[in-house]
Design a protein around this ligand. Structure first.
Ligand SMILES: Cc1cc2nc3c(=O)[nH]c(=O)nc-3n(C[C@H](O)[C@H](O)[C@H](O)COP(=O)(O)OP(=O)(O)OC[C@H]3O[C@@H](n4cnc5c(N)ncnc54)[C@H](O)[C@@H]3O)c2cc1C
Length: 440
């Protein structure tokens, strides 16, 4: 098989531009992969449907879409040089997490101090993560960014993927990566099926100002209709995730600010007192999706293109970033051994490392939801017994917190702290330099 680095564009097709990897979708996951590959010297084409702005002002109101990032995700972003851009913009470290149920007396309190950590993660606006990543991407000479290029067709021949883009014509690559979200076109063009489950719930999200301080804590209350969460943001500001049956989505979006504030106070059991201000709100119907395959010869799916999950434990993008980091390891390793990274056996290593892990997290969310949704006396008795016990079992709590912070075993290189202590100095990386290319 032809090694991509040796591929002579002209030898394949006079009119096709050649890239080591084409990443479709420059969301958080696709951007991390493209940047990681670019920093390792791979020639990458990143296709994104919409413009991403790196321009950001502290006066901008808090955006409704936020993510609770784990330590593993923080490490990934740090190792790529993007964490500084996040801190320079806006993010909030949370030191504790408090979980309770409306029908039981028990509660569980997780605290960073119990595991000797400075915090349990950061709540960050998605736009902030995206802007910090794109700032790095724009400086990386190996990543070529093409905006608004509709992917018209995708074929596989001669151990290569051949793409047709409406504006740029033909592109050839040993590996196309679908990072184009839940409704992935790459997945559809590759005829990869989906296992789906409708949670019959929606999430209403937005930022609110409360009377009482959130105490740098994320609060999650379980109730029959679905969980409610406050994620700590700025001064008395929290992001909310209010889960409701899907048929209530239109109703929730039609509430006046005043009515929404009163409903949030009730859903949160007045934990942070009165809701004083509510910002822009949006809602999503929640569906679990799992691609039947993550890889085919010359193709891989990452992030929401491969899986979507109930967001109650805030794991979606964290899992996606681990996908990107593992795929990066697999590609770099293949190159080091002179193998093509589009080879099916090579790509299967990525699928084997990630599919089971993602499925486990998806299913545990359902188990959790099932338990808290039971409206029986047995559930109340179970929770009354279980929550106080869980709260006292410090070793179990510590284990759970470390899993949630760092992910499970087999952490990819990019998700480890201080990667450059292991790999040598940061200067040995391909330097992000002058190039700021928006087309090929
Ligand atoms: C209510 C809610 C709360 C959440 N909270 C959390 C949380 O706290 N923590 C967490 O880890 N996760 C959370 N998630 C999940 C998280 O938001 C997603 O998992 C994450 O955004 C997925 O990132 P992605 O890059 O894979 O996909 P996306 O963010 O969907 O990005 C896909 C990108 O591809 C582009 N694109 C699409 N089609 C094409 C095309 N044909 N050509 C070119 N470009 C294309 C899009 O414009 C977009 O930029 C939450 C989700 C929801 C719904």
């Amino acid at each position: 098989m032809m090694h991509a680095q040796d591929t002579n564009n002209k030898a394949i097709n006079d009119s096709a531009a050649s890239f080591d990897v084409v990443v479709v979708g420059g969301g958080m996951v696709g951007s991390v992969l493209a940047l990681g590959l670019g920093q390792q010297g791979f020639k990458v084409l990143l296709l994104e449907k919409q413009a991403v702005t790196t321009d950001w002002h502290a006066s901008l109101p808090l955006q409704p879409r936020v993510s609770a990032l784990t330590r593993a995700s923080e490490n990934i972003l740090r190792n790529l040089g993007a964490w500084g851009g996040i801190e320079a913009r806006r993010c909030h470290a949370f030191g504790a997490m408090h979980v309770w149920d409306e029908a039981s007396v028990g509660q569980v309190h997780f605290s960073a101090a119990d595991v000797g950590e400075a915090n349990l993660g950061h709540v960050v606006e998605n736009d902030v993560v995206q802007a910090a990543l794109w700032e790095q991407l724009k400086g990386c000479e190996y990543v070529h960014i093409a905006l608004n290029q509709a992917l018209e067709s995708l074929e596989f021949k001669d151990d290569q993927a051949w793409l047709t883009l409406d504006g740029l014509g033909k592109v050839v690559t040993p590996l196309i990566v679908g990072a184009d979200g839940a409704f992935s076109k790459v997945r559809a063009l590759a005829h990869i099926g989906l296992d789906t489950h409708d949670y019959q719930q929606c999430a209403v999200v937005g930022c609110v100002k409360t009377e009482l301080s959130h105490q740098d804590t994320c609060w999650q209350r379980y109730q029959a209709a679905g969980p409610f969460a406050y994620l700590a943001m700025g001064n008395n500001m929290s992001s909310i995730a209010w889960y409701l049956p899907t048929h209530k989505m239109a109703w929730a979006l039609s509430l006046s600010d005043e009515e929404l504030a009163r409903n949030i106070e009730i859903a949160s059991d007045h934990r942070l007192g009165k809701v004083l201000e509510v910002g822009q709100r949006i809602a999503f119907a929640l569906v679990r999706r799992h691609a039947l395959h993550y890889v085919k010869p010359n193709l891989a799916l990452v992030g929401d293109a491969a899986h979507t999950i109930h967001p109650q434990a805030g794991q979606g993008v964290n899992l996606g970033l681990l996908d990107a980091a593992v795929l990066l390891d697999v590609i770099v390793e293949a190159k080091a051994h002179g193998k093509s990274w589009g080879n099916f056996a090579v790509l299967r290593q990525y699928e084997r490392a990630r599919r089971g892990d993602n499925a486990l997290v998806q299913r545990s969310m359902e188990g959790f939801d099932w338990l808290f949704n039971q409206q029986s006396a047995l559930k109340t008795r179970l929770l009354n017994g279980f929550l106080p016990l869980a709260n006292r079992l410090l070793p179990v709590k510590k284990w759970l917190m470390m899993q949630a912070l760092n992910g499970r075993d087999g952490v990819p290189r990019l998700a480890k702290p201080f990667i450059f202590n292991n790999l040598g100095d940061a200067s040995t990386r391909v330097k992000a330099t002058s190039c700021n290319k928006f087309d090929i």
